[in-house]
Design a protein around this ligand. Sequence first.
Ligand code: DAH
Length: 350
Amino acid sequence: MTTVSHDWPSYIKRIAECASADALGLIEHELFGRKAGLLTLALKELGSLDADARRTAAMDLNQAKKTLTESIDAKRKELMSPSNDALKETDGIDITMQLPKKERGHLHLIPQFIREVEEVFGRMGFDTMSGPEIESEDMNFNMLNIPAEHPARDAQDTFWISNQQPFDKAQDRPVTSNQKLVLRTHTSPVQIRYMQSHKPPFRAIFPGKVYRKDADATHSPMFHQFEGLMIGKDINLANMKSVMITAIRELIDPNAEFRFRTGYFPFVEPGLEVDMRWQGEESESREGKWLEVVGCGLVHPNVLRNCNIDPEEWQGFAFGFGIERMIMIKHRIPDLRSFYEGDLRFLKQF
Ligand code: DAH
C-alpha cells in the first residue's frame, strides 16, 4: 500500500530540474528499473489489493506512469537539443561544435579528364579499352603501315627498350622483328589490338600514357593520348568530322576555336589534323597561337588488311587526341610541365 501512494509529483519536479542526460537516466532507473523501480514495484503490489481498491489504484498508477514517462521524454529531448548549454558543460559532447574541415584529396586533372572523355564518347556509343605501354615494334609501327625504313618513324623520337635497333648491312636498312620492344610512342597500337580481338562494326576509345624523347613547354617525354576508332559500313569523312567537333565542344568549350588541316599519318588516308586556339605564351610553343591537338583520318586499307578486315567491306576513321594539350587549352595552362610537378598550389585548383 505504501508504494502505491508514492509522492509522484516530487519526481516530476526532480525531472524538470535535471541538468544532464546522465542524471535523468538515474531518475528513470529509480522509477522504471525492472527489479527495484518504484513504479514497477507499485504495479506489482496491485495484485495484493481487493478488487475495488485495485481498480482506483491502477487508474492512479497508470496516470502517474503516463505523466512521468512524458516528462522524462520531454526532458531528454530538451537536454539533447543542440542549443542546450547544459549538454556542452556536463556531457562533454558538443554536437554543435565546428570541427576543422578534413582535407580530402581528389583525382589529378588528367585522370579526371580521361573520365570525362570516356563519358562523352560513351554517350556516342564508344567502348573503352587499354593496351600495354611497352609495345612490340610490330604493333607500334609495322602494323600501322610504318615499316622500318619509313621516314615517319623519325617524327616519333622513340625510346627503344632493347638498346639498339639492329641494322641489316646487306639490305642497308634496320632489322624489323616482332620481339623488339619500345615504350609506345602513341596509343595507335591499341587500334590494332582492338581490331584483332573484335569483329566490325565497332567504335571504341583507348586512353593512356605514351612516351617520346622530347621536352619543352608543349612536349614531355611522357604524356597522355586517347585514340579512337570507328569501323562500319559507309563510314565517311563527314562522320569523322562530326564526331571530332562534338568531342571538342563537349570536352573543352561549346565555342572553342579550331581548324582542320590536311596532315600525313601513314595509317590513315586521307589524314587531317585539328588545331585549337591556345592562350599560352606564343614564344613557348613551336606552333604559335595554334596548338595541334588531334590527328585523324580514314583508316588506311593496309591497316585493315593487317587486322584481317576486308577494306572492300568495312571502312572507318581513327583519331588520336593529345590529352595534356586539350586540358591546357581548356584551363589556359601555359606550361605542360605543371601537370607533373606535383605542386599542390597548382593541383588544388582543379
Ligand atoms: N598517332 C598519332 C600521333 O601520335 C596521332 C594520330 C593521327 C592518331 C591520326 C590517329 C590518326 O588515330 O588517325 O601523332
